[in-house]
Design a protein around this ligand. Structure first.
Ligand code: FAD
Length: 639
């Protein structure tokens, strides 16, 4: 029997970003003893990096905005592949979640008459993003943390223990969801600093682990984004959907090499920044697809007029959804009209006074000055696409955030699939975290409470297996003629494969090649070995994370190969058009065969097509039939 620390809670939340913290607050407010686990320090989750804002149709800057318009924009952005019920709940509940944040102490930027200010963003018809300069995620996390501290103070007043009902386990990594007779029984993990192993027994687990960007070479994501929650769900028997849809943000830094991929917020374009190629041409006018033609300006004059008079001008094409802009930049660079470092120019210096740029975009000003020695108030930035956001994720029940097929498992935030369809609109993630984080916490609490005393208990053999799996890199060695493998080398090779063969523009034969390479990497990763001991050993941590990145990458490649059309974040060079027949299909990834964490490692990612639920008639009625014809089949429309 393995020696592990043992704790017991009602609800365990894995992840302390916006989704995790909002879920934990809800579960604790519903009376559950709640644990939050995070890989990094509390407060350092990826959410703090969010810059532009939270999308919510409060109508503070343009009173025409309402949930129906937000719903429409979200569905259009996702090219109608969104789980429509999630998009509906999200559009309806986002304003309440923003107002709630304000009552918890968030200090948003204001309009002249004192309301929460809202800014323009790509794909949003009206100014909709509540923001705090370009540091919105920081304020969101600060506020949720403050709320948690206030709940802990209440608990102290009542019990004499701050952590009686809500405890944060920071710098800990979960490596397995434990189960008893098919139901969730808790989680297994290790403490990053000491290497000690632990189990938290709990009947309800909320996954809120964020995205998968670290599987790609050029990414805006930080070290924590290794697809852990996606893999944990898969290994626990829950399906993943939409894994072929990855958002390549159009504007990441391209120079210097050490910072390649770091995000340049869309607010730069929302606040007037324009894209030009090396010929000085404002090229986006040539890339407005037919489905968006009616809504976007055809000339520079019309586009510029929109900033001051949006009711009488159409939007600038720089504010098309991200997938469109990313593809356009890619094409310009490929056509030889790129900048010296392989990007295009993004210029705000000729559009706004220097002081205004510093006020509206303080982080961008600082970022470029410090990292690239570029003063964005005086010169253009060089930018190019970067892997940014995972639309695919755990297949959840829309209302409850419950993972399908595994009682007691819930997922919210970037790790959950469905909400954003084939492409997420900027600002819709922070609102997603709050809306579905709250729902996950609520329904996890209800589920745990409903079990009464009949709680699942993880079998000891499962804990032993999880421990053996976690510790295997210390015993990994050469196998016959095959040498032991360095986890850093494997990671670099994986990132290169994903970038080169399953990146922004995809081709069938390249993805087949990627699958072969992933297969080989997975075999080699079993020999990934580390030296030294368990106390803070980053090589060991990476060796464990590799299992997750490889599994998730395989899902991405398999689903991308299967979908023979281009839609949202999935672009096929060999199938360039959007196909209405594919609109109503979800690709579902599941593990088939033996658990890959076990000794056999024979399991393979299985893929199946699943028809999507028809969109409810009253929601379809929010669109013109002519527009729907671009996305839905005649058969779907004539139901
Ligand atoms: P995260 O905030 O990433 O939190 C994940 C948590 O899970 C972390 O605490 C991590 O430590 C923990 N974790 C992961 N694996 C494990 C494990 N195995 N064990 C234990 N803990 C684990 N969206 C917007 O809507 N508006 C914006 O303006 C915006 N700007 C962005 C700017 C940047 C630079 C980036 C990268 C993203 C931006 N996004 C924005 C997207 C948005 O920030 C993310 O999608 C969102 O923050 C994800 O939140 P989350 O709660 O799902 O996960």
């Amino acid at each position: 029997m393995t020696q592990v620390e043992r704790h017991a809670y009602d609800v365990v939340v894995v992840g302390a970003g916006g989704a995790g913290l909002r879920a934990a607050i809800e579960a604790r407010e519903r009376g559950m003893r709640t644990a939050v686990i995070c890989k990094s320090l509390f407060g350092k989750a990826h959410t703090v990096m969010a810059e532009g804002g939270i999308a919510a149709s409060m109508g503070n800057v343009n009173s025409h905005d309402n949930w129906q318009v937000h719903f429409r924009d979200t569905m259009r952005g996702g090219k109608f592949l969104n789980q429509w019920r999630m998009a509906e709940l999200h559009a309806k509940e986002a304003p309440d979640r923003v107002w709630e944040l304000e009552t918890w102490g968030a200090l948003f930027d204001r309009t002249a008459d004192g309301r929460i200010s809202q800014r323009n963003f790509g794909g949003h018809e009206y100014p909709r993003l509540a923001h705090v300069g370009d540091r919105t995620g920081l304020e969101l996390i600060r506020t949720l943390q403050q709320k948690i501290v206030s709940l802990q103070q209440e608990d102290f007043a009542e019990t004499g223990d701050y952590e009686a009902k809500l405890k944060v386990f920071q710098e800990c990594t979960v490596t397995r969801v434990l189960k008893d007779d098919g139901k969730v029984a808790g989680v297994f993990g290790y403490v990053r600093e000491s290497g000690r192993l632990f189990v938290i027994d709990a009947p309800a687990v909320v996954l809120a682990t964020g995205g998968i960007g670290k599987s790609f070479k050029v990414t805006s994501n930080s070290w924590e984004y290794t697809g852990d929650g996606h893999a944990l769900a898969l290994l626990a028997g829950a399906p993943l959907i939409n894994m072929e849809f990855i958002q390549f943000h159009p504007t990441g830094m391209v120079w210097p090499p050490s910072v390649k991929g770091i995000l340049v917020t869309e607010s730069v374009r929302g606040d007037g920044g324009v894209l030009r190629n090396s010929d000085g041409e404002r090229f986006m006018f040539g890339y407005v697809p037919d489905v968006f033609k009616e809504k976007y300006a055809q000339s520079e004059e019309e586009a510029d007029g929109w900033y001051t008079d949006p009711d009488n001008h159409r939007r600038p094409p720089e504010l098309l959804p991200r997938d469109e802009v990313a593809r356009a930049i890619n094409s310009e660079v490929k056509a030889g009209r790129g900048t010296p470092h392989g990007g295009v120019y993004l210029d705000v210096s000729t559009r706004l006074p220097a002081e205004e740029i510093k006020r509206r975009l303080p982080s961008m000003h600082h970022q470029f000055k410090e990292l690239a020695d570029v003063d964005i108030t005086a010169e253009a930035m060089e930018v190019g696409p970067t892997c940014h956001y995972m639309m695919g994720g755990v297949d959840v029940e829309p209302d409850t955030a419950a993972a399908r097929g595994v009682p007691g498992l819930f997922a919210a935030g970037e790790v959950a699939g469905g909400m954003h369809g084939s492409n997420r609109l900027g600002g819709n993630s922070l609102s997603d975290l709050l809306v579905f984080g709250r729902r996950a916490g609520l329904f996890a609490a209800e589920y745990a409470a409903g079990l009464g005393e009949r709680r699942p208990a993880a079998p000891e053999a499962q804990i032993d297996e999880a421990a053996a799996e976690a510790l295997r890199p210390f015993g990994a060695a050469a196998d016959g003629d095959e040498p032991a493998e360095n986890p850093y080398t494997l990671h670099q090779e994986l990132q290169q494969v994903m970038n080169d063969l399953v990146g922004i523009i995809r081709r069938g034969p390249e993805m087949e090649q990627a699958l072969e390479r992933l297969d080989a990497l997975r075999a080699r990763s079993r020999r990934a070995g580390v030296e030294g001991h368990r106390q803070f050993n980053p090589g060991w941590h990476l060796a464990i994370d590799l299992r997750n990145m490889l599994l998730v990458s395989e899902c991405v490649a398999r689903a991308a190969l299967e979908r023979t059309e281009s839609r949202g974040g999935h672009t096929r060079d060999d199938h360039p058009g959007m196909d209405r027949g594919w609109r109503k299909v979800n690709l579902v990834c599941e593990l088939a065969g033996e658990d890959p964490g076990g000794e056999g490692e024979q399991a393979r990612v299985g893929l199946r097509q699943r028809p999507m639920d028809p969109i409810r008639a009253d929601l379809l009625a929010l669109f013109e039939r002519e527009e729907l014809l671009k996305y839905l089949t005649d058969e779907e429309l004539d139901r």
